[in-house]
Each structure stands twice: as C-alpha cells, then as structure tokens.
Ligand binder design. Structure first.
Ligand code: MN3
Length: 243
C-alpha cells in the first residue's frame, strides 16, 4: 500500500491520540488539530512487514486482517461520520468516551467501527517478536497477579471464555491492573457501554478472522503464540511511561 506523507502524519497522529490517553499537552494539541472535522480517519501504517510475526501470526492473516478488516472499519466509520452534521469529536478517544451520547440510530455503527479502528490500531503496536518484560514491568505484573505465569494463565482463561467474537484486555483501573473481555469491537474506553472502564495496556483480538487461517478452531494455540509476539516494550510504554 502506498502511503503519502500527509496520510502517514495524519495516521500516526490518530494512533498517538488513540492509544496514549495522557499525552502531553503540546502533543495533544497537535493531535487535536490534525483530527479536526475535515480530516477522515485513516488506517495507521504498520511498522513491520506482514511476515514479520511468522510463524506465530502468519503473513496471509496479517495482510487480510490489516488491509481488509481494519480498512473496512475505517471506511465505514468515515462513511457514517460524513453523514453527521456538526461532528465535533476531537479524536478517536473522544468518540469512544462519548459513545453513549451519539444519536441512537447511528450509535451501534459508530460503536462497532470506531471501536474496530481503535482496537486494531492498538493491537498492531502490541505485536513484535523477541521482546521480554523489563524489571519494572515484571514488578507491576507481580504486584497485581503474583507472577507473570499467573497473569498469563488468567489472561488466557479470559480469552478462552469469550463466546463468539471479542477482545481480551489488560487494563489499568484506579491504579490497579485488571483483565477483562469485551464483545464485538467494544473496548474499555466506552463509557456507559462497557462496565469495566480503564486504560488499555494489552489487547488481544479474539475474532476468528485473527487466527482461523492458521489455527482453525484451536484458539488456545493462538493465545499461546501471542505470548511470543507480545511487544513488551509497548506494554511498558503504556504502563509505565505515561506522564
Ligand atoms: Mn480483528
């Protein structure tokens, strides 16, 4: 996919605005300016190739997931956004946090597609091979779950417990870490929709389109593979380095 510089800057800003909740003031202002009404949402560029996560996540799944599924959420979101007179949300976060104030007739469409855009934008950044949790991150995980192994067990259990399509999350809520799951494209920013709100730290896509080509019905194998490609550097950034 050819990406112009303008689109890239815009996409990067959307991603920054959507994943870093407490961005510094100047950064937030830039993001908001770039995300004003006249700009469409755009799929953020991947920082790695489609085959970078092989053999844990295969090339074909990555390519279809990114270019078809994620793109479809963005297209639909822009299509609906264009129909709303006086759309005045600053950025994707703003849309999600205010989702229950969106007019009822289009709320589900916005919820599914803004959620889909946010969730996937975050998910791509959480994938990278050969990273390990730092001492800092291990300490926080251990404080909350007693051990990294325990954390993985609870997270896996939540992933296996999702009926149908959804996401499993590690969120920060009132200074504590919590594992939750959401159906469809809902996420922990959706006030009034999702019970457990918080800052997303880890997200795992449990829709079959995320794993079926390689793992078919073996969801457990996909979740096991996820631990080999979880980007612990990004986890640290979201967990520790936020102002
Ligand atoms: Mn997906």
């Amino acid at each position: 996919m050819k990406i112009s510089r303008k689109t890239f800057v815009k996409s990067a800003a959307i991603l920054a605005g959507s994943t870093l909740l407490n961005t510094q003031k100047t950064e937030a202002q830039i993001t908001d300016a770039l995300l004003s009404l006249e700009n469409d949402f755009a799929i953020p560029p991947l920082s790695y190739s489609y085959d970078a996560l092989e053999p844990f996540i295969d090339k074909q799944t990555m390519e279809i997931h990114y270019t078809k599924h994620h793109q479809a959420y963005v297209n639909k979101l822009n299509e609906v956004k264009a129909k709303i007179a006086g759309w005045n949300y600053k950025n994707l976060n703003d849309v999600l946090v205010n989702i229950n104030h969106i007019p009822e007739d289009i709320q589900v469409t916005i919820r599914n597609n803004a959620g889909g855009h946010y969730n996937h934008s975050l998910f791509w950044t959480l994938l990278k091979t050969n990273t390990t949790p730092s001492e800092k991150v291990l300490k926080i995980i251990t404080e909350n779950f007693e051990s990294l192994e325990n954390f993985k067990t609870f997270f896996t259990k939540a992933a296996m417990g999702i009926f149908g399509s959804g996401w499993v999350w590690l969120i920060q809520q009132d200074g504590k870490l919590k594992i939750i799951s959401t159906p469809n494209q809902d996420n922990p920013l959706m006030t009034g929709i999702v019970k457990d709100l918080g800052t997303p730290i880890i997200a795992l896509d449990i829709w079959e389109h995320a794993y079926y080509l390689k793992y078919q019905n073996k969801r457990a194998d996909y979740v096991t593979a996820f631990w080999s490609v979880l980007n612990w550097e990004k986890v640290e950034e979201l967990l520790v380095n936020r102002p």
